[in-house]
Design a protein around this ligand. Structure first.
Ligand code: COA
Length: 210
């Protein structure tokens, strides 16, 4: 039972009256809780404990990420970044090497819409030390499986700038379908930028080859 102050009161099991036990209602997660594990990488939620490793990797990946994405660069920005992941409208994950647990990239699920849509918009990025090895294709694939099965989503979308060859290659490899082109679609650093619209549905997962 939840109390007014947000803490939880442990359920009584009957018997002699005992003092109630209160536990904090914090989300307790450790680094090793993998949601999905693939051949080489695993997927887990990002946590506050990831701050140092994440910021270090972002710093060493500036050239790879520019001009496609902007990521947190300071501890405050990292807090804001993970603060967006409420698990309802957005969720954040990291892709790790399955054996060593070090991060190779991240993948986010944004703009989750339930009801008759059951859709989400994915965003992702590799970290430079391990880019170009197929880890992100494997990691995003793990997210697709998790989102379609555990989260019950039906459709995942990716909006990609036409010049972003690495990202277009990634969604093609995963059998997303190009649904269209939206001119002046997203405002990035004050400029409206064209995007290709890619998507995959749960049904399309079932018809992917091998
Ligand atoms: C888009 C992005 C995540 C792709 O990352 P990536 O590291 O290239 O993706 P992967 O880990 O799946 O690696 C795939 C590449 O590794 C190669 N590769 C090398 N060894 C491989 C292996 N053993 N298995 C599979 N692929 C391998 C593949 O051929 C492929 O190269 P290609 O794209 O030239 O065909 C990365 O370029 C990035 O972070 N870009 C900046 C951020 C961004 O654009 N995000 C998306 C915004 S829409």
């Amino acid at each position: 039972m939840k109390r007014r102050d947000g803490r939880y009161r442990a359920h009584s099991r009957g018997g002699p009256k005992r003092r109630p036990v209160y536990v904090q209602s914090v989300r307790v997660e450790t680094k090793a809780v993998f949601l999905r594990q693939g051949r080489r990488v695993a997927l887990r939620r990002i946590t506050a404990y990831d701050q140092e490793e994440f910021l270090g990797l972002v710093e060493s990946s500036r050239t790879l990420h520019r001009p496609w994405i902007t990521l947190p660069g300071t501890p405050d920005e990292f807090d804001d970044y993970i603060g967006r992941f409420d698990g309802l409208s957005a969720d954040g994950f990291v892709v790790c090497l399955a054996k060593r647990q070090s991060m190779v990239g991240f993948v986010n699920l944004n703009e989750i819409v339930r009801g008759v849509y059951q859709r989400g918009l994915i965003g992702y990025g590799a970290f430079a030390p391990n880019a170009g090895r197929g880890y992100m294709t494997e990691g995003v694939d793990l997210l697709l499986d998790y989102a379609f099965t555990e989260l019950g989503l039906h459709r995942l979308e990716a909006d990609i700038q036409p010049g972003n060859a690495a990202s277009l290659n990634l969604v093609r490899r995963l059998r997303f379908q190009r649904e269209g082109f939206s001119p002046a679609f997203i405002c990035i650093r004050g400029k409206w930028v064209d995007h290709e619209r890619w998507a995959i549905t749960r049904e399309m997962m079932d018809t992917r080859p091998g």
